[in-house]
Design a protein around this ligand. Structure first.
Ligand code: NDP
Length: 488
């Protein structure tokens, strides 16, 4: 077993909690198949403890001045930065992602969110509306208890992207990580505790989908924010409907990257590679349909193949390794199935497509970064979210054609355009059905920018000032300045 066993499965009311009667499960190091830790899913009693703790703590937290709440979030961010190496190591053990990535993109991104919303906490205000004597003012009030349900690709980042705005706004928070990656949310709970967050305001309950379902339908929980797949999103929405909860849904995608003839080709290739292979392809906003204009198509493919074959797979804990394994063998096998479907439907395999030989890591969930060319719009690999390192390259002739094809999907999470023509860049971006877009880069998600999808990719936005609206409710207060004018 690797040295990653937490003190207990859950973190409730500022304390580690165990309830061994819950279904047991393991965190596995995907590079070797070794067990990182053994945990238990939350029983109904554990979930009720978390809800009770949150309920007891939230009113006093909401009464604090925003800057006082913000100060604690800022301290938490500082602690995460001090513990970055330790958290990154555990994140690598839990997810298999290369330490080169986790050191910069996981706890660091969580700290960014805590700093941003910590700074914003004192600036959450309503407005004043003058009615020529009488007036209305609005109050931005917290919702109460908010729940977060996370996917396995960015465990600590997802926990912080949701809890930082929720806490800044005066809510209490209960987080359920994916059972595949349960570890670092507990480390975030420790950081909150050490930063002085009052007990009960940030709770972690472990478990499977059934635990998420209890949170999504719980009458005392005012809001649920999910990061997950579209089918899970539909279930959580249905569960939330029972008590008319507020929801934020960060769901899957099949996003397009458009590369025009005049683009800086090396940058476009770099963007497409980052947008398909980073985190071994397990990123919701990945640009998995790469449309390349006919004039540069062959040169693009040739350089893409060379650069893809230079990617270093290896020991995830070695800082020189670019890519680790996928999160699990089940997920890897699902992706291999898509690769077989791609071949059988007539796509041309340019590189990758199989399981690499990894000396010393024979039991890991490895997969080669894979590029298909000659992909057409109807192929399964161009329509379904694969969630692995599989890039589909499609060719196109003109702007209107490619916009129509890019939008022909039920998803709408992200999109990117590579071109040297600025007027075209803005014109095309405006016509793409996507919530998060880039011009001449891909997959950068700073906390300052709203993040989220349209169509079946989601509801609501994370990050930026926009997140404040999703963790507060607006009360309007009409104030009369004279006598009531009544006919009765
Ligand atoms: P899933 O949809 O399988 O699971 C997401 C979370 O929901 C998990 O914690 C899961 O628990 C839980 N869950 C499952 N069923 C239910 C239910 N009925 N009620 C409540 N909760 C439930 O997603 P993955 O973990 O497989 O993550 C990959 C997906 O997430 C991809 O589709 C990806 O695009 C999307 N994603 C979206 C992002 C975004 O911001 N838009 C970012 C990252 C990923 P359990 O793990 O036990 O099944």
């Amino acid at each position: 077993m690797t040295a990653a066993q937490p003190k207990a499965s859950h973190h409730i009311n500022g304390q580690y909690r165990e309830d061994a009667s819950g279904r047991s499960f393991e965190s596995i190091y995907p590079a070797t198949g070794e067990v990182n830790a053994r945990l238990h899913s939350a029983t109904p009693a554990v979930i009720e403890q978390a809800v009770a703790a949150a309920k007891a703590a939230q009113p006093a937290w909401a009464r604090l001045k925003g800057v006082e709440r913000g100060r604690i979030l800022l301290r938490t961010a500082q602690i995460l930065r001090e513990r970055n190496e330790e958290i990154s190591r555990i994140e690598t053990l839990d997810t298999g992602k290369a330490i080169q990535e986790t050191l910069v993109a996981d706890a660091a991104s969580a700290a960014d969110a805590l700093e941003y919303f910590g700074g914003l906490a004192g600036a959450i205000t309503g407005e004043h509306v003058d009615l020529g004597g009488d007036f209305v003012y609005t109050r931005r009030e917290p919702l109460g208890i908010c729940a977060g349900i996370g996917a396995w690709n960015y465990p600590v980042q997802i926990a912080a992207w949701k809890s930082a705005p929720a806490l800044a706004c005066g809510n209490a928070f209960i987080f359920k990580p994916s059972e595949v990656t349960p570890l670092t949310a507990l480390m975030l709970a420790e950081a909150f505790k050490d930063a002085g967050l009052p007990d009960g305001l940030f709770n972690v309950v472990q478990g499977f989908g059934d635990v998420g379902a209890v949170l999504a339908s719980h009458p005392d929980i005012a809001k649920v924010s999910l990061t997950g797949s579209v089918p899970t999103g539909a279930k959580v929405l249905a569960a939330a409907a029972q008590t008319i909860k507020a929801v934020t849904m960060e769901l899957g995608g099949k996003s397009p990257i458009l590369v025009f003839d005049d683009a800086d080709i090396e940058s476009a290739i770099g963007g497409a590679m980052l947008g398909n292979f980073y985190s071994t392809g397990q990123i919701c906003s990945n640009g998995t349909r790469v449309f390349v204009q006919r004039g540069v198509h062959d040169r693009f493919l040739e350089r893409l193949k060379t650069r893809t074959e230079a990617i270093r797979l290896g020991d995830p804990l070695d800082p020189d390794t670019h890519l680790g394994p996928m999160v699990s063998k089940a997920q890897r096998d699902k992706v291999l199935g898509y690769i077989e479907t791609g071949k059988s439907e007539g796509a041309r395999l340019v590189t990758g497509g199989g399981v690499p030989e990894m000396q010393g890591f024979e039991k890991g969930a490895w997969i080669q970064p894979t590029v298909f060319a000659g992909v057409t719009d109807e192929m399964t690999i161009a329509r379904e979210e694969i969630f692995g390192p599989v890039m589909s390259v499609l060719s196109f002739d003109d702007e209107d054609e490619v916009i129509g094809r890019a939008n022909d999907t039920q998803f709408g999470l992200a999109a990117g355009v590579f071109t040297a023509d600025l007027t075209r860049a803005h014109r095309v971006i405006a016509k793409l059905d996507a919530g998060t877009t880039w011009i001449n880069t891909y997959n950068l998600t700073p906390v300052e920018a709203p993040f989220g999808g349209v169509k079946q990719s989601g509801i609501g936005r994370e990050n930026s000032r926009a997140a404040i609206e999703h963790y507060t409710r607006l009360k309007s207060v009409y104030v009369a300045t004279g006598p009531v004018d009544s006919p009765y």
